[in-house]
Design a protein around this ligand. Structure first.
Ligand SMILES: Nc1nc2c(c(=O)[nH]1)N[C@H]1C(S)=C(S)[C@@H](COP(=O)(O)OP(=O)(O)OC[C@H]3O[C@@H](n4cnc5c(N)ncnc54)[C@H](O)[C@@H]3O)O[C@H]1N2
Ligand code: MOO
Length: 416
């Protein structure tokens, strides 16, 4: 094997955009659906398009507590009087005619009688027995919420692939839809490899560290609503890794492993992947996370995250997560991105797209203020935990001077 094949040097690194496009193209939604009661679908991915079978609101109704008027002309004049002939409450409509110059007492949400053409709020009226005196002029249509003005029958309301959130659940309920088709959540097998790794409740032997990558990745998977099959810590032993890979592939829809994807003598992940499956991608122009690997084990997508804690978290977030969402049937959401002036000089070597960590806040004058951490080591997790945004710096760019434009990407809710 030539030296260029065994190192992670820049010329052989795949640009991040190409890698992500290839990864997304190589996974197809699993398309496993289930019918669920909407109260049990928070954060589920909708597996059908939703059209409305009804108008919302279903009838013209009052936006105010007050009086529904039958104005006999273009508008009611300030000081005009109307004779009170009935009342309407939400759920209890008024039946009977309302002639020009007449009105009914009406509450917010009550049906506006077809004879009435405006509602005036009670604060703008004075009452004298059954005579209602309007203090200001009243326009036709005033304070009437028209049938179907929120959602009309036949409207396309929600799309397959959207993630259900509280407002979307409310919309479904407002349409009288009690159950919907959603995609069954993915099961993702997760493990960390490394002889030095210890669980947080284990004694720390000399030269060992507490394992953290599974907790970071599991946290994001849980927030995504996916099921995690946690296979624990696997030794740097090809046979143990092979067993874990095959066990994962037999049950899970995708496999995520951290560690052992670089070129060290104990880095077996990629060789084992090649033995029991295929390596389809390795070494990307991303910092941190260069030795990221992707492949398949018995057809199941395999994401090999670099072991360094920030590398594992960021490659999972930037590369594995979009693919898992696609497998899960979710439409790719757009992430927010801001162009800001660099607040300080930022060190950057050309050749990889950097995802530096920082904090975006407001200063005392309400202006956005960015802090880019000085420490950007991929071995550090504390700075990622303190951050709320990435500073994404393009592959070809070198050092950034203060004041130059940079891209700032606030963390989405999977990362923060
Ligand atoms: N000669 C070279 N060495 C390295 C290169 C290279 O190109 N040539 N690349 C470096 C880069 S960049 C990265 S990133 C790392 C990735 O290496 P591995 O994926 O093989 O990861 P490990 O060697 O297993 O571990 C790296 C580091 O992270 C710690 N670690 C591992 N797993 C966990 C975990 N689950 N929780 C917490 N910490 C973990 C591990 O102890 C090591 O310190 O390779 C560089 N080397
Ligand atoms: O690609 Mo590594 O994550 O820089 O240490």
């Amino acid at each position: 094997m030539s030296s260029s094949e065994v190192t992670c040097e820049a010329p052989s690194l795949k640009p991040l955009e190409d890698a992500l496009a290839e990864l997304l193209a190589s996974v197809a939604p699993l398309d496993r659906r289930e019918l669920r009661q909407i109260h049990d679908t928070q954060d589920c991915i909708l597996a059908e398009d939703i059209h409305s079978n009804i108008d919302v609101p279903g009838f013209d109704n009052s936006a105010m507590d007050g009086y529904a008027l039958h104005i006999g002309s273009e508008h009611a004049e300030a000081g005009e009087n109307f004779r009170l002939v009935g009342q309407a409450f939400a759920g209890q409509s008024h039946h009977g005619a309302v002639a020009p110059g007449e009105c009914i007492r009406i509450m917010t949400g009550a049906e506006v009688p077809s004879d009435c053409n405006a509602v005036v709020m009670q604060e703008q009226c004075s009452v004298d027995g059954d005579t209602i005196h309007v203090q200001n002029s009243v326009k036709l249509g005033n304070n009437i919420r028209l049938r179907g003005n929120d959602i009309a029958e036949g409207d396309s309301v929600l799309k397959q692939g959207q993630r259900l959130n509280p407002a979307k659940l409310g919309v479904l309920a407002s349409l009288g839809i009690a159950e919907v088709q959603v995609f069954k959540p993915l099961t993702v097998a997760l493990f960390a490899s490394g002889d030095e790794l210890r669980a947080p409740d284990e004694p720390l032997d000399p030269g060992c560290i507490y394992e953290s990558n599974r907790f970071v990745v599991q946290g994001m998977l849980q927030r995504l609503g996916m099921k995690v099959m946690n296979l624990g810590i696997i030794k740097d032993d090809p046979a143990a890794l092979e067993e874990a890979f095959l066990k994962a592939a037999a049950t899970a829809d995708a496999i995520v492993c951290s560690g052992g994807v670089s070129v060290g003598d104990a880095d077996h992940t990629k060789d084992v992947l090649a033995k029991v499956g295929q390596v389809e991608m390795w070494k990307l122009a991303i910092k941190p996370g260069k030795p990221f690997a992707f492949g398949r084990v018995q057809g199941i997508p395999f994401f090999g995250l670099p072991g360094n804690p920030s590398s594992a978290a960021i490659t999972f977030h930037q590369l594995a997560l979009p693919c898992l969402c696609k497998l899960n049937g979710e439409l790719t959401p757009h992430s927010l991105s801001l162009q800001l002036a660099a607040p300080q000089a930022i060190r950057k070597r050309s050749g990889r797209t950097d995802f530096q960590r920082g904090v975006l806040t407001y200063d005392n004058n309400g202006q956005l203020q960015l802090e880019v951490f000085n420490q950007q080591s991929s071995g550090m997790l504390s700075t990622l935990a303190a951050a709320n945004c990435y500073i994404k710096i393009e592959r070809e760019r070198g050092d950034v001077t203060a004041g130059e434009d940079i891209e700032v990407i606030p963390f989405d809710r999977w990362m923060i």
